[in-house]
Design a protein around this ligand. Structure first.
Ligand SMILES: NC(=O)c1ccc[n+]([C@@H]2O[C@H](COP(=O)([O-])OP(=O)(O)OC[C@H]3O[C@@H](n4cnc5c(N)ncnc54)[C@H](O)[C@@H]3O)[C@@H](O)[C@H]2O)c1
Length: 334
């Protein structure tokens, strides 16, 4: 039976890169059916809502969604539709692979690492933000829980095991943030003891930034708290050529949403020159998640081959190609 996924085409360049991505997925022929639903500006134009209930219902029903970038209008409702989706479905694991592709602006060759970021707690969610009446003092509550730490670290070790990776680096700042980062590290050590087959390393976050720039090959899976993961995963995207090649998955126990890390790129929307690779790599993560691992590998190999063809790649990769032409080149390599 075909697996149905919820598809949100998104705003700006979203529809262009989603159409290209769905065409490539069709060519892979893994038996996926799509239910199209809206969020963001497209939803607002049709229904007056940024995140309609029908969209939430479709994600809950199919448990898997592929999402184009969304524009959150400034000053309306949510601070971010993406953050709202993470909250609604308790998507606790943000999984961001960083793979270097030859022929791109990647700073290093042969990088293949993945950052697993806790997505639901810590400083990043901005709990208890306040500014004193005199405007002189700002405060924020940073809450880390045993449950939140345990499930994200376990997710990282399970990912390492199933993906045949060897090593997990736990990134923290427990030397200074003794309560919050301290609890995360303590729980991480407990969880690590259940995985004697996987090497565990611990690294303080500032050192980790330097080590990623100096010697990125030492990393395999990185697991860390929300704010550190937000920063480190963009650093990793920079190592491998920028956001045009950076996919991300938001995974919970009830649903998973796969996406490109970049936004809706209003400056190039409608011109047919957006790079579809980040969303395609997000689709590859989705295929892994659905158990279509060989198809995901074929897709990554086809992307790798197509990137090498400078005539076909989009301008952000130094070519003069179009979104559609790039997708054609990938399909031809499948
Ligand atoms: N996941 C998401 O849905 C998501 C993520 C980030 C930003 N946004 C939203 O996107 C909108 C625009 O944000 P922004 O301009 O800060 O960031 P952006 O990522 O949309 O664009 C930054 C720059 O990168 C370029 N770019 C991005 N994706 C590209 C692609 N696939 N191919 C070629 N070039 C690409 C753009 O042209 C632009 O010059 C905002 O409304 C923001 O809220 C959404």
């Amino acid at each position: 039976m075909a697996q149905t996924i919820a598809v949100i085409r998104g705003d700006g360049i979203g529809p262009e890169i989603m159409d290209a991505t769905l065409r490539v997925l069709d060519a892979l022929d893994v038996g996926l059916a799509c239910e199209f639903v809206d969020a963001g500006l497209a939803a607002h134009a049709k229904t007056g809502e940024l995140l309609p209930q029908a969209t939430l219902d479709a994600i809950a029903r199919h448990r898997v969604a592929l999402k184009g970038p969304l524009t959150t209008p400034v000053g309306e409702g949510f601070s971010s539709i993406n953050v709202e989706l993470r909250k609604r479905f308790d998507l606790y694991a943000n999984v961001r692979p960083a793979i270097s592709f030859p022929g791109t602006r990647a700073r290093y060759e042969n990088i293949d690492l993945v950052t697993v970021r806790e997505n639901t707690e810590g400083a990043y969610i901005g709990e208890g933000q306040a500014l004193s009446a005199d405007g002189q003092t700002a405060t924020l509550t940073q809450k880390i829980t045993r449950r939140g730490s345990e499930r994200i670290v376990r997710y990282a070790f399970e990912l390492a095991r199933t993906a045949g990776r060897r090593k997990v680096t736990v990134v923290h700042k427990a030397n200074i943030l003794k309560s919050t980062s301290g609890l995360f590290l303590k729980v991480a050590r407990e969880v690590a003891s259940d995985y004697p087959d996987i090497e565990t390393h611990e690294m303080i976050v500032d050192n980790c930034c330097m080590q990623l720039v100096m010697n990125p090959w030492q990393f395999d899976v990185i697991v860390t708290t929300n704010l550190f993961g937000d920063i480190l995963s963009d650093l990793c995207a920079g190592l491998v050529g920028g956001l045009g090649l950076a996919p991300g998955a938001n995974i919970g126990s009830e649903a998973a949403i796969f996406e490109a890390v970049h936004g809706s790129a209003p400056d190039i929307a409608g011109r047919g020159i957006a790079n579809p690779c980040a969303l395609l790599l997000g689709a590859a993560q989705m295929l892994d998640h659905l158990g279509h691992v060989p198809a995901a590998q074929r897709l990554r190999a086809a992307i790798r081959g197509a990137i090498a063809d400078k005539d076909r790649v989009t301008p952000d990769l130094g070519g003069s190609g179009s979104t559609e032409g790039f997708a054609d080149a990938i399909v031809a390599r499948l």
